[in-house]
Ligand binder design. Structure first.
Ligand SMILES: *Cc1c(COP(=O)(O)O)cnc(C)c1O
Length: 392
């Protein structure tokens, strides 16, 4: 279902879609909020004759509202909600067959690497090449006759490199390959890959879309009806679906997405500027800063630079360990995209499973610290970092 409800005010503006898309007052009660349909099954008048729902794995009205909202935000025709971002990815990978080849960005989310390398490679023989996609030529060079999918993220994690979406899509289209974009970091507020010709957009809704660190969820949005039908079949067959309560929480979180992302961006810019002026910091990685290697690309491709900031400490791993333990407002935790600010050390936490040599080769210094900048008052965030850095 897209937003074809006749009462729906037609707009393409994201702040309005975030509040309303897929949602209309409940016809039976007038409730302005989408009801939470906690029902596993639905009665039928006669076998197969029902109001559009027969079993909640196949479809649930609260989930339908979320799926329509996600589709509208990404500018796609169809949305599918999942019980996690990883569930969305695992479902998408079932589009492939044994022996197929995937080209994947080399600094994608660690769980994406794990699923492709440690689960799908041994169980199905799907072969993945992890390639730095900063130069689209390297994407073209990695393609093989059996390549069936391109998978990328931008900005990347935790180095916040920016990948040229339009160029990668061009390479994919020339080879008639689907290009899948994990848009978790940017959100549709900052970039909409489907508009640039990407085949599918994937989200961990756990992060910015829900935005309150109280749900784990995922999503896929596509334009092609045939691909949607295949994915809906897999979604139902595999069953990594969100319950009505989680669907409702994500819907509610999304209502403030546009406002939150604006504040995440302005806070992150203030924090990045403060860090760049600090003598214990050797490098700040933020696409919004002029010293970022792909700043011009980020300006063209994104409507803002996001809430993630990484920086390197001159004092290496020990300094990083001290700083991440010393912040009082920034909580020491994995994950990102919530209203509260988080801090972590990739070498010790999110990226610790990558061997050190490989980490260093990929530019992940020991003294790297990653921030998910929340929506608190920026002065408090800077003050907190300032006192923690005094221990670096
Ligand atoms: C967290 C994350 C995922 C995985 O999502 P889960 O909801 O944790 O399963 C995938 N991609 C990116 C970029 C993420 O940050």
């Amino acid at each position: 279902m897209d937003s074809q409800d006749s009462r729906f005010f037609k707009t393409t503006r994201l702040a309005t879609l975030a509040v309303h898309a897929g949602q209309a007052p409940d016809p039976s009660t007038g409730a302005i909020m989408t009801p939470i349909f906690n029902s596993a099954t639905f009665v039928q008048e006669a076998p197969g004759k029902h109001k559009g729902y027969d079993y909640s794995r196949s479809g649930n009205p609260t989930r339908t509202a979320l799926e329509a909202c996600l589709a509208a935000l990404e500018g796609g025709r169809c949305g599918l909600a999942f019980s996690s971002g990883s569930g969305a990815l695992a479902t998408a990978l079932h589009l492939l067959s044994p022996g197929d080849h995937v080209v994947c960005g080399d600094d994608v989310y660690g769980g994406t690497y794990r699923l492709l390398e440690n689960v799908f490679r041994p169980s199905t023989g799907i072969d993945t090449a992890f390639v730095s996609l900063e130069k689209p030529e390297s994407l073209a060079a990695a393609l093989r006759p059996n390549t069936k999918m391109v998978w990328l993220e931008t900005p990347t994690n935790p180095l916040l490199r920016v990948i040229d979406l339009a160029e990668c899509v061009k390479v994919g289209q020339a080879a008639r390959l689907p290009v899948w974009v994990d848009n978790t970091f940017a959100t549709p507020i900052l970039q909409r890959p489907l508009e640039l010709g990407a085949t599918a957009v994937v989200h961990s809704t756990t992060k910015y879309l829900n935005g309150h660190s109280d749900v784990v969820g995922g999503a896929i949005v596509v334009n092609d009806a045939e691909l949607h039908a295949k994915l809906a079949y897999l979604q139902n067959a595999i069953g990594a679906v969100p319950g009505a309560n989680d669907s409702w929480l994500v819907l509610r979180g999304i209502k403030t997405l546009e406002l939150r992302v604006q504040r995440h961006c302005s806070n992150a810019a203030a924090v990045a500027d403060f860090l760049a002026s600090h003598r214990k910091v050797s490098r700040v990685l933020y696409p919004g800063r002029k010293d970022h290697p792909q700043h011009e690309l980020a300006r063209r491709q994104m409507r803002g630079f996001g809430g993630m900031v990484s920086f390197e400490l001159r004092g290496g791993l020990e300094a990083a360990q001290r700083v991440v333990c010393a912040t009082r407002l920034f909580a020491l935790a994995e994950s990102l995209g919530g209203v509260e600010s988080l801090i972590e050390s990739p070498a010790l936490m999110t990226h610790a499973s990558i061997p050190r040599e490989l980490r260093l080769q990929r530019g992940l210094a020991d003294g790297l610290v990653r921030l998910s900048v929340g929506i608190e008052d920026p002065a408090d965030l800077v003050e907190d970092l300032d006192q923690a850095l005094s221990l670096a």
